[in-house]
Design a protein around this ligand. Sequence first.
Ligand code: HEM
Ligand SMILES: *[C@@H]1O[C@H](CO)[C@@H](O)[C@H](O)[C@H]1NC(C)=O
Ligand SMILES: *[C@@H]1O[C@H](CO)[C@@H](O)[C@H](O)[C@H]1NC(C)=O
Length: 337
Amino acid sequence: MKGAMAALALVPLAVAVLFSSLPSSAASPVQWGKLDPHFYDHSCPQAQQIVASIVGKAHYQDPRMAASLLRLHFHDCFVKGCDASLLLDSSGSIVSEKRSNPNRDSARGFEVIDEIKAALEAACPGTVSCADILALSARDSTVMTGGPGWIVPLGRRDSRGASVQGSNNDIPAPNNTLPTIITKFKLQGLDIVDLVALLGSHTIGDSRCTSFRQRLYNQTGNGLPDFTLDASYAAALRPRCPRSGGDQNLFFLDPVTPFKFDNQYYKNILANRGLLASDEVLLTGSSATADLVKLYAANQDIFFQHFAQSMVKMGNISPLTGADGEIRKHCRRVNHK
Ligand code: HEM
Ligand SMILES: *[C@@H]1O[C@H](CO)[C@@H](O)[C@H](O)[C@H]1NC(C)=O
Ligand SMILES: *[C@@H]1O[C@H](CO)[C@@H](O)[C@H](O)[C@H]1NC(C)=O
């Protein structure tokens, strides 16, 4: 809990800096690396407005889309950094990350990113990266569902390759143990506060039956359900998530307020109603993570502050900058073969 307390102490200062209009060169406890919130101020001043308006339209047409776009930024940043590698389709030597276990039949929202990119290419050709579109879309999606806002550092460039293997290995799986999940976050420079705060994203969006079925029937291989899952909730889940079949059936990650970005996710976990095993282990796996679950369940403001801060941190994972990478013309393919 010591690390968590240290991070808590930083929050008022960090938030003050995040929401001030200080030049990005001002001393800041937030590690923005080489990124800069003002990166497109002169080259494409309307960039943020274009992203927000298309995300808003997509969210209006499909209330799940905010969740899907938020998740795309996570699945991008955890694989080779926030470089839009996730968005590349298979072609030539590139094997798309869309084929990986975490993404196949699951990651969605790529058409919305395409639409944003087309609008940005029309307004400011060859200027705004696909990686930055993902970062801005994640922030806008959070705000549009009622969550916190934050200033998005910009200037990421796009990769010329993808790593389906990295996608399989580096993105945590829903049946990973807490130590494995903590290790996978640590490898990205993210600590326990980041982990528990970022998982609050599961306050919106859906999961397929296949991502939690094991908990309903045979959690540890002894033919019994997961005893950390509320028995009546498990019973309510089983009809649409049978022992076999119905793999793709969808369930709200937070059935209480499925479209609202709030702290209900943590309240669900305290009631043994976290849908994924990886959600519930935050409570059952360690006292440090459990204390944070309780803190966020009791205080939405602190959750929002930590979430905003951790999203900036996640968005800063190994960006390509300067002359590295490229600004793709189309997010699904590299500019030159
Ligand atoms: C331990 C880490 C994590 C694990 C194991 C995990 C796992 C999952 C799984 C299994 C699903 C359902 C996928 C499906 O069945 O189709 C899901 C959905 C989702 N995840 Fe996570 N996740 C983690 C962290 C995160 C983080 C850090 C974010 C964002 C910052 C995030 C955002 C989301 C969102 C918004 C959805 C719903 C997507 C939609 O409805 O399209 N997750 N996650
Ligand atoms: C986790 O889930 C995957 C995919 O369903 C499965 O192959 C693996 O055996 C599971 N691991 C454990 C420890 O249950
Ligand atoms: C539970 O899983 C174990 C190991 O994967 C398997 O041997 C056993 O047959 C399963 N039991 C039931 C009731 O499905």
